[in-house]
Design a protein around this ligand. Structure first.
Ligand SMILES: *Cc1c(COP(=O)(O)O)cnc(C)c1O
Length: 410
């Protein structure tokens, strides 16, 4: 019999969303026709910006003419998209990132998992708690953790709790780590990170020879002009950080698929014999071998995000979701909840009422308000006692969900 990768047998996750689905299904069987509102999923709801759709239609017509047809593109992405990204997302903010350092891909979920291909197995890994489950599970699958304990925490990982007590910023680890996953603005807590906080991490990484894997999928949602949008706005970050970006949330590309990863030239790791090795070359080699690029049509759609019309349209999209977040924050606060997040990211993170744990609150909200959210404990042990509501929904659904919550009282 063929042997399986036993690391998959250690996985606890795949637990959160299937468990939500199971409870919702059970509820619906008893209460058929109850008007459910789902504020649980991290997926966008608004249509693609017109600029992106028009650019993709034109690109489809290109594909119908011999002279404009595109077969395999460069594995790293087309130069015109990489240049637009480097100019608008980095150089315009004072970051010295060049087109050559941008690797276009079909998603930052895949990139943040695939990056492990080029990193050694002996690296000590730190994640925040709560955390985007992909960072943890991809390490489990790659055999870089031990087994999970009763709380779902894996042996060998360093968990950095982010809670109200520390203002939802990741504390520096007390034992040295080599690889640090940071996501700001944060999913699930909705917290932003200040320049000073990120500077602490960059200083830590430089003095310990560590690598920061910085997930900036939500940078476009930042409202505070003092918060950095990229880790490369921080002095020294080119020497110690890889950044993941995506068109999924800012431009509604969750179903269209386009993202990119920034690997600065001169960012070094080392071999077991302490020889310095440039990570750019390894990632380039990895992509050329295992990836054949994002479709021409989709890359044209992504390029349109940077057009004048595209910029206006994505700002309107982001404002729409952030107004939803403001409504959720305001209504929950008025109802007496302790509310966090929702100001720099489309997620509101609330404290569950005293005496009710995350899943208890999930059940109450489902049965009494017919609203589905996400239990904080599903993102990690330190998420217990918290609950995530997503601002990705129609205005009507958000208003209706909030009026049901108001009617509940606390
Ligand atoms: C939505 C999201 C992404 C984007 O993933 P894609 O694969 O590009 O759609 C990345 N990181 C986090 C934390 C997210 O929530």
């Amino acid at each position: 019999m063929v042997k399986v990768n036993e690391n998959y047998l250690k996985l606890k996750a795949g637990y959160l969303f299937p468990e939500i689905a199971r409870r919702v299904k059970a509820f619906q069987e008893i209460n058929p026709g109850a008007p459910l509102i789902r504020l649980g999923i991290g997926d966008v709801t608004e249509p693609l910006p017109e600029a992106c759709r028009l650019a993709m239609k034109t690109a489809i017509d290109d594909m119908g003419r011999h002279e404009d047809f595109h077969g395999y593109g460069p594995e790293q992405g087309y130069a015109w998209l990489r240049e637009a990204i480097a100019r608008h997302d980095f150089q315009a903010r004072g970051c010295a990132i060049t087109a050559e350092e941008i690797f276009v891909s079909d998603g930052s979920k895949c990139d943040s998992s695939n990056i492990l291909d080029i990193l050694g197995e002996e690296n000590r890994i730190a994640v925040t708690d709560p955390v985007y489950p992909v960072y943890v599970d991809s390490n489990v699958m790659a055999g870089r953790t031990g087994d999970a304990d009763g709380q779902g925490q894996y042996g060998g990982l360093t968990y950095l709790p982010i809670t109200a007590a520390n203002g939802f910023v990741a504390p520096l680890p007390s034992t040295p780590v080599d690889l640090i996953y940071l996501c700001f603005p944060n999913n699930p807590t909705g917290a932003g990170a200040s320049r000073a906080h990120l500077q602490q991490w960059v200083d830590y990484a430089r003095s310990h020879g560590s690598l920061i894997l910085f997930d900036a999928a939500y940078e476009a949602f930042i409202q505070d002009p003092d918060l950095p949008h990229s880790i490369y706005e921080i002095e020294g970050a080119r020497e110690c950080a890889i950044e993941f970006r995506s068109f999924s949330k800012n431009a509604g590309f969750t179903g269209t698929r386009c993202a990119f990863t920034v690997v600065p030239r001169g960012l070094m790791g080392q071999s077991s014999t302490a020889e310095p090795v440039e990570l750019w070359g390894l990632w380039n080699r990895r992509q050329c071998t295992k990836f054949n690029g994002v479709s021409y049509v989709v890359q044209r759609g992504a390029e349109a995000v940077y057009s004048a019309e595209g910029q206006v349209q994505i700002k309107a999209l982001i404002n729409f979701y952030m107004e939803n977040a403001a409504i959720i924050r305001r209504e929950l606060t008025a109802a007496g909840f302790e509310v966090y997040g929702g100001e720099q990211a489309p997620y509101v993170w609330l404290k569950t009422p005293a005496g009710t744990d995350s899943w208890g609150f999930f059940d109450q909200l489902l049965s009494r308000a017919h609203v589905v959210g996400t239990p904080g404990s599903g993102f990690g042990a330190a998420g217990e006692g918290y609950f995530r509501l997503s601002a990705f929904n129609s205005r009507a659904n958000v208003n209706e969900a909030m009026s049901r919550l108001r009617a509940l009282g606390t």
